[in-house]
Design a protein around this ligand. Structure first.
Ligand code: GLC
Length: 455
C-alpha cells in the first residue's frame, strides 16, 4: 500500500518534507548565488554562506612526515591526538577522547579553554611529549574568520555551544593563553582548521582528485577547492603564487535570510525555536544529527495527539524535548523490509510499549521522510559545489555520524547527485579516515615545512 493510503494523517504531515526535483534545482540555484556572494568582497558582508578562506592552499603531497599533535573540538566530544606520519601509507595515531559536560559547552569561555589545555597537558604527559614543543593543528569546527593559518576569529557558536567571551576572539590566542597559564607545557600551535578541511586533506592524501570535504554529523558543512583568484576575501587573492585556496563554506547557515522558506515545514520552525541559535543554521537544522531526531519526535507527538499512533498511549519520555536521538532513526531504518525488530527496540527505549505493526510501519515512514530530505538537501549542496568548480571527475571525502551510521544516507545521496549533475560528470564519495586527526596533522606538517607561504 502506498503511504498516502496507509497513513493518511502521517502523510499529510510529512508531504512537505518530500522534495521534488524542481525544488531541489531551485535549492541548488539559490545556494550557488549565496556562495558567489560569500566569495565576493562587495557582497560578503551581507552573504549568509560566508565562504571563509581557510588559508590552506596546498593539498597533501604524500611526503609529509613527523610527529604532530592535533586537537578536535566540534561536538559532544573533545579529542587529543598524537599523530605520526610515517610514510605514504602508514600513520600512527594515539588519541584520547574526553566528554564535554553541558556546563563547559554553555559556561564561560575561559573554563572551556582551561579544560582543553588541561586535557592536552595530561595527554602530553602520558606520552612524554610535554616539553617537546610539538607542532599542533587545532580542528575547531565552528565558523571562523581566518586571518592566517594560525589565527581564527569565532564569528558565532553553532551546534548548541554558547560559551561567553569567545565570539569575536582569536581562538588560537585563547588556547595559547590557557596553555601559558599552566606553565607545564610547551606547544607550538601552527594551524587552526575546520573539520571539513581536515576531512578533505585526509582524503586528498589518498585520492588525488579529492576536491570537497563534507561533514554530515552533529552539524553539516562542506569545504571545496576554489581558484585563489576567486577567493576575493583573501588579502592576496590577486597576487598569490598558489593557484588554489580551500574555502570553508559554512553552508549550515544557508537559508538564514529566508531563501529556504519555500521548503521549510512547521516542524522545522518548532525545532528552530527550541535551539539557542534561533533563525540561524537553517540548512543545518534540516540535515544534521543534532536536529533530525527532534524533527521525528515532533511529528510523533503530533500524531499521538491526534490519536493516530500508539492508540493514544505514550510515555512521558517522548514528551521530553530532544529525547528521540538521531541514532534511533538509523536503527529504525536498519530493519529489513517487513521486519520491525529495531523499531520495537527503539519504541521500547522511548518507553512506548504495546505497539502495533501499524505504529512501527508509520514510525519507519516518518524516519525515512526526515532522513531522505536530509540526504536530498546534502545532494543539492554537493551538486552546487561540483558545478561551481566545473569538476568533471571529483572525489568527495566525507565524515560524520549521520553519513556513517544511517543505512541508506550514502545511497540516497549518490542517487540524487547523479540525477542532478551535468551529463558526463563523474563523482565518488569516500569515507574519510580520521580527518580531524590526520587532516589536522597534514595541515600542521605543511605549515611547519613552510609550504604555506606567509601570505
Ligand atoms: C557546524 C559548524 C561548522 C562545522 C559543521 C560540521 O555547521 O559551524 O564549522 O564544519 O558544524 O561539524
Amino acid at each position: 500500500m502506498n503511504p498516502k493510503d496507509e497513513f493518511p494523517e502521517a502523510y499529510e504531515l510529512c508531504k512537505r518534507f518530500m522534495l521534488g526535483e524542481d525544488q531541489m534545482i531551485e535549492v541548488i540555484d539559490r545556494m550557488t548565488k549565496e556562495i558567489n556572494m560569500g566569495l565576493a568582497r562587495d557582497t560578503h558582508a551581507r552573504s549568509v554562506i560566508k565562504c571563509y578562506v581557510s588559508h590552506v592552499q596546498d593539498l597533501p603531497t604524500g611526503q609529509e612526515r613527523g610527529k604532530f599533535l592535533a586537537l578536535d573540538l566540534g561536538g559532544t566530544h573533545f579529542r587529543v591526538l598524537l599523530v605520526t606520519l610515517i610514510n605514504d601509507f602508514e600513520t600512527n595515531i594515539e588519541s584520547k577522547t574526553y566528554i564535554m559536560e553541558k556546563s563547559l559547552i554553555s559556561g564561560p569561555g575561559g573554563d572551556l579553554f582551561d579544560f582543553l589545555a588541561e586535557c592536552l597537558a595530561n595527554f602530553c604527559k602520558d606520552h612524554h611529549v610535554e616539553g617537546d614543543n610539538l607542532p599542533l593543528g587545532f580542528t575547531f569546527s565552528f565558523p571562523l574568520r581566518q586571518n592566517g593559518l594560525a589565527n581564527g576569529v569565532l564569528t558565532a557558536w553553532t551546534k548548541g555551544f554558547s560559551c561567553d567571551g569567545v565570539v569575536g576572539k582569536n581562538v588560537v590566542q585563547l588556547l595559547e593563553e590557557a596553555i601559558a597559564r599552566r606553565k607545564d607545557l610547551k606547544i607550538n600551535i601552527v594551524a587552526i582548521l575546520n573539520d571539513t578541511v581536515g576531512t578533505l586533506m585526509s582524503c586528498a592524501y589518498l585520492s588525488r582528485n579529492c576536491r570537497i570535504g563534507l561533514i554530515v554529523g552533529t552539524g553539516t558543512n562542506a569545504c571545496y577547492v576554489e581558484k585563489t583568484a576567486n577567493a576575493e576575501m583573501f588579502q592576496n587573492y590577486q597576487t598569490s603564487s598558489k593557484p588554489y585556496m580551500i574555502i570553508n563554506c559554512e553552508w549550515g547557515a544557508f537559508g538564514d535570510n529566508g531563501v529556504l522558506d519555500f521548503i521549510k515545514t512547521p516542524f522545522d520552525k518548532l525545532v528552530d525555536k527550541q535551539t539557542p541559535n534561533v533563525n540561524r543554521q537553517t540548512f543545518e537544522k534540516c540535515i544534521s544529527g543534532m536536529y533530525l531526531g527532534e524533527l521525528v519526535r515532533l511529528i510523533l507527538i503530533d500524531l499521538i495527539g491526534k490519536g493516530v499512533l500508539f492508540k493514544g498511549h505514550s510515555s512521558e519520555f517522548i514528551f521530553q524535548k530532544w529525547s528521540f536521538q538521531t541514532s534511533f532513526i538509523s536503527e529504525v531504518e536498519s530493519d529489513a523490509p517487513g521486519q520491525y525488530r529495531n523499531a520495537s527496540l527503539v519504541l521500547d527505549k522511548i518507553g512506548v510499549r504495546q505497539t502495533t505493526e501499524f505504529d512501527k510501519r508509520c514510525l519507519r515512514f516518518i524516519c525515512e521522510t526526515v532522513s531522505t530530505r536530509a540526504a536530498k538537501l546534502t545532494a543539492c549542496g554537493l551538486v552546487c559545489l561540483i558545478n561551481k568548480m566545473n569538476a568533471s571527475d571529483v572525489t568527495i571525502g566525507v565524515d560524520g555520524g549521520v553519513y556513517r551510521f544511517h543505512p541508506k544516507f550514502h545511497d540516497i545521496l549518490v542517487h540524487h547527485v547523479s540525477k542532478l549533475l551535468r551529463p558526463g560528470f563523474h563523482f565518488r564519495i569516500v569515507l574519510s579516515e580520521d580527518g580531524s586527526g590526520r587532516g589536522a596533522a597534514l595541515v600542521a606538517a605543511a605549515a611547519v615545512s613552510n609550504k604555506f607561504t606567509k601570505e
